[in-house]
Design a protein around this ligand. Sequence first.
Ligand SMILES: C[S@@+](CC[C@H](N)C(=O)[O-])C[C@H]1O[C@@H](n2cnc3c(N)ncnc32)[C@H](O)[C@@H]1O
Length: 244
Amino acid sequence: MIVPLVYKEISQQNLAEEIASNLGTTASTNQQLIGQPHFDLSEAGLSFFHPEARSSNKLLIDFHSGPTGWRVKRSSHEKLIKKALGKSDLPLNILDCTAGMLQDTLLFLSLGHQVTALEESRILFHLLQDGINRSEDQAIFTKLNLINTNACSYATQAKGFDVIYFDPMYPLTKKNALGSGKLEYIAKILETESLNNDPLADFEVLQLIPAKKMVVKRPIKAEPFSTKINYQVLGKTTRFDVYI
Ligand SMILES: C[S@@+](CC[C@H](N)C(=O)[O-])C[C@H]1O[C@@H](n2cnc3c(N)ncnc32)[C@H](O)[C@@H]1O
């Protein structure tokens, strides 16, 4: 599906056309398009709207506030991730196979690690890039390499990583979709792009990448992808399965 880009201000025409060309779509001021999935370019930045998402807001990546702000109430999560990564005196080279909204990647970056983050969704990738360009904290992104690709296609060229991190989509239940508008928006984006990966099949490929360890984030009660787990770090609703 081609997702059109809609903008209002004539002063944004050049930028809108440049972004649309990168996205392989069209840019116009046609307000009739706003009833369907579309990108919206305004002074606030680039956002995405899906009419069937429960959140009536457009999805705009803002790393500093709101639902995509990354430091908000994350300290317990930070402890778990630190534990899963283990102690290291030197910065780690981490491959985040599932960038999503970059929340986990930002944690890794804030701990001083180098991150290559992969996101297969073209829509999400462009929203992330726009969020990064608007961010007040450019320093944190200097150790990030964000790539628009499927992690399984990248796997053969993945070399020199200490940690492979994999956080696939949870099956969207009523409970977690309601709890997390973000997750539902990602699901709608993937639906729009007809991207439907099989996390177990992806795991089988990604666990072959040479690295010191692989960390897999799972819902607390989910079946592990493999019985060869070395240890688990348990949170309240989430756990990290660590494979060495
Ligand atoms: C649950 S979200 C990850 C959330 C992320 N850890 C965060 O902190 O924001 C999963 C994301 O990974 C992406 N994804 C899933 N499988 C992928 C694959 N094989 N290659 C690249 N991206 C993938 C999806 O498009 C989605 O954006």
